[in-house]
Design a protein around this ligand. Structure first.
Ligand code: AMP
Length: 290
């Protein structure tokens, strides 16, 4: 059966209504398209969790800064639909910008405070406000039982979880592990921007995060050591050919605040630029308290 594609909110809602009438559960996988195996892992998981799976394809202008890559972000709807057809999902919501944001002169935002201003939010002001706003709109349009996000964008997961809790969305959020290339590089639509040489350098972000985890396990109990680990990691990454390091840091996994000595679930997160491409990645790790 051919996949159903909805370009308008009303078409999408009509389908959702029919599924609901039939008593079926719905999972939503929000994406910006240009699908790869990371996206498809979320789709496969969604199929296990609900009767119907809806995937959204929407490059959300609200989450890009004025100097960022909104205009050239890779768009490949025909290929995306082929891939989604092959994995047999039920519907695709692919609106134009004007359908999602008809009133550009009177913008309305959803803002998750504090966590949105740190890490990526510090380098990309307004980014998480754009993400929280579009996810709210997608959830109101599709009204799924379950929504799925990738752990590659871990700060995004923390922001959205806080939003769902604070605004009482009766929707279950599932996160799914990062899918990587065989050399460790996290799959990302932005990897397409990398030249062959930069592609060779890019896995060093993941390798540096791994190095930080090992260092943290050996020496991470004192604040001075933590700073040294972060500084040395940054120097290493630049020596491999990264042009700019936005952050390399260890945080409490669930809140993203600086870890207290009692914290057992940690995440090391990094964001850095190689050539013109900004890459992000993270690794979860646990420490046993002595
Ligand atoms: P994007 O299209 O980049 O906005 O991503 C859509 C969803 O796919 C988000 O929840 C991402 O976190 C997730 N995602 C992107 N890359 C990966 C990956 N390599 N592994 C798992 N999930 C991913």
């Amino acid at each position: 059966m051919a996949i159903s594609i909805f370009h308008t909110i009303s078409q999408c809602r009509e389908q959702i209504y029919r599924w609901r009438q039939a008593g079926e559960t719905i999972a939503l996988v929000p994406t910006m398209g240009n699908l790869h195996k990371g996206h498809l892992s979320l789709v496969e998981k969604a199929k296990q969790l609900a009767d119907r799976v809806m995937v959204s394809l929407f490059v959300n202008p609200l989450q890009f800064g004025p100097e960022e890559d909104f205009a050239c972000y890779p768009r490949s709807e025909a290929e995306d639909l082929e891939q989604l057809e092959a994995v047999q999902i039920d519907g695709v919501f692919s609106p134009q910008t004007a359908e999602m944001y008809p009133n550009v002169s009177l913008p309305t935002y959803v803002e998750v405070t504090k966590v949105s201003d740190d890490l990526c939010g510090q380098v990309r002001p307004g980014h998480f406000r754009g993400v929280a706003t579009v996810v709210t709109k997608l959830l109101h349009i599709v009204w799924p039982d379950t929504v799925l996000f990738g752990e590659k964008d871990w700060q995004q997961c923390v922001v959205i979880r806080q939003m769902l809790t604070a605004l009482n969305f009766p929707i279950k959020m599932i996160t799914f592990p990062t899918v990587r290339a065989s050399d460790g590089l996290a799959l990302s639509s932005r990897n397409r921007y990398l030249t062959q040489e930069e592609r060779g350098v890019a896995p060093q972000l993941y390798k540096t995060l791994e190095w930080m985890v090992n260092q943290w396990m050996e020496k991470g109990e004192c604040q001075k050591n933590i700073q040294l680990i972060e500084q040395e990691a940054s120097i290493r990454l630049q020596s491999y050919g990264f042009k700019r390091v936005d952050y390399l840091t260890v945080r409490d996994k669930e809140t993203l605040v600086a870890p207290m000595p009692s914290c057992e679930q940690l995440v090391v997160l990094g964001a850095a630029v190689v050539g013109k491409t900004r890459l992000i990645d993270n690794i979860f790790f646990g420490v046993k308290q002595k």
